[in-house]
Design a protein around this ligand. Structure first.
Ligand SMILES: C[S@@+](CC[C@H](N)C(=O)[O-])C[C@H]1O[C@@H](n2cnc3c(N)ncnc32)[C@H](O)[C@@H]1O
Ligand code: SF4
Ligand code: SF4
Length: 341
């Protein structure tokens, strides 16, 4: 079994926002109701220390041959040691990227991200001001986001050289179907490099989604992105038709798209307490107790993989990392496209 190529490291479940659609606050906590190794939520609230991250998690990923570590949350920048962690990643041989809502992207934070050599910053924008604020349930979300983005782009421009690529990530859902072109426009206005559109994966999706409007808007956004020289991707269905989108947003989730999962053969996740999980919160082991490769190749992980390939769980049906019928795991490429300028 080859080593994992990607690690998604959930630094914290804490967040300053409460976006109603968020996977963190609508989690699939347990992968089977009778699962006796699922993680008690309280356990995952205990966070690894800076020292444990710098001296254990990062070296373990390096030794295991991991290529890319992606930091996510919650909001990673609520951790006071975020800059220290960025610097330690910069000193490692790993490629690394971060997901953020940019609320706490001060000048110092922006400079550290660039100086430490982050490969890709994925910044979350769900639409123009009114829509972004509504979907992010905060009247100041757009303002703080764009202020943080401006600081980041300024830090990149001020650096003698920078390999950091900046991408906007937009969760397509009821409420921003018609606004995807605005996201591309805003991306161009701030000088970012690419835009990814991710179909909302919330399982109990109850809102009315306008599939025709979204399909046309995504096609127009693609043209616009091309004319503005921006890379654009949609996942996990790269080029959805109205029927695809109607089906994706149907409740209960449709089984039409799932064609298997290569994510669990190439990627793993580490939760804030160091638990190694495949995707949903199912504890395979803990990085403080066992070597990463032993967990990756161990019998608990193997039996999880075997069971998924036999019978996908509900979360697979609306998962951004599935192998969809239109492409083999476009999610991984979109989530971790390490690019250099
Ligand atoms: C969980 S957030 C963590 C990082 C940070 N707090 C942020 O919002 O960017 C990581 C990414 O997942 C996206 N996301 C959250 N809930 C989602 C959902 N239900 N379906 C698809 N993407 C989702 C967010 O918009 C964000 O781009
Ligand atoms: S900012 Fe990110 S982690 Fe926080 S609630 Fe929104 S999507 Fe979730
Ligand atoms: S498709 Fe793969 S990554 Fe997604 S929930 Fe299923 S097993 Fe996990």
């Amino acid at each position: 079994m080859n080593p994992p190529t990607h690690v998604l490291f959930i630094l914290t479940y804490r967040c300053n926002l409460r976006c109603p659609y968020c996977v963190v606050f609508n989690p699939v906590r347990y992968w089977r109701p009778d699962d006796d190794v699922a993680i008690p939520p309280a356990l995952a609230r205990e966070e690894l220390t800076t020292q444990q991250i710098v001296e254990r998690v990062i070296p373990q990923c390096e030794q295991a041959g991991v290529e890319v570590i992606a930091l996510t949350g919650g909001e990673i920048m609520v951790r006071k040691d975020a800059r220290e962690i960025f610097r330690a990643l910069g000193d490692s041989k790993l490629k690394w990227c971060i997901d953020t809502n940019l609320t706490f992207c001060t000048e110092e934070v922006a400079e550290t991200i660039i100086d430490a050599g982050c490969d890709t910053v994925f910044a979350s924008l769900d639409g123009p001001p009114e829509i972004h604020n509504k979907l992010r349930a905060s009247p100041r979300a757009y303002k703080t986001f764009t202020e943080g983005l401006a600081r980041l782009m300024h830090a990149r421009a001020a650096a003698a050289e920078s390999k950091t690529s900046v991408a906007l990530n937009c969760v397509v859902q009821a409420g921003n179907e018609a606004a995807v072109c605005d996201v591309v426009r805003i991306a161009a206005e701030y000088g970012v490099d690419s835009v990814s559109f991710q179909l909302c994966s919330k399982l109990d999706y109850g809102e009315v989604f306008q599939a025709d409007v979204a399909t046309q808007a995504l096609a127009a956004a693609r043209e616009l992105a091309k004319s503005l020289g921006l890379r654009m991707s949609v996942f996990p269905i790269p080029d959805p038709t109205p029927a695809d989108l109607t089906s994706w947003f149907s409740s209960p989730p449709s089984a039409a798209f799932f064609q298997g999962c290569s994510y669990i053969y190439s990627s793993l996740r580490i939760d804030p307490s160091g638990n190694v999980i495949p995707c949903v919160e199912h504890r395979i082991g803990n990085i403080l107790e066992e070597d990463l490769l032993d967990i990756w190749r161990g019998s608990v992980y193997e039996s999880f993989r075997a069971q998924i390939m036999k019978t996908p769980i509900k979360a697979c049906l609306r998962c951004c990392n599935m192998d969809s019928r239109q492409g083999s795991n476009p999610g991984i490429e979109s989530i971790h496209p390490v690019q250099t300028n």
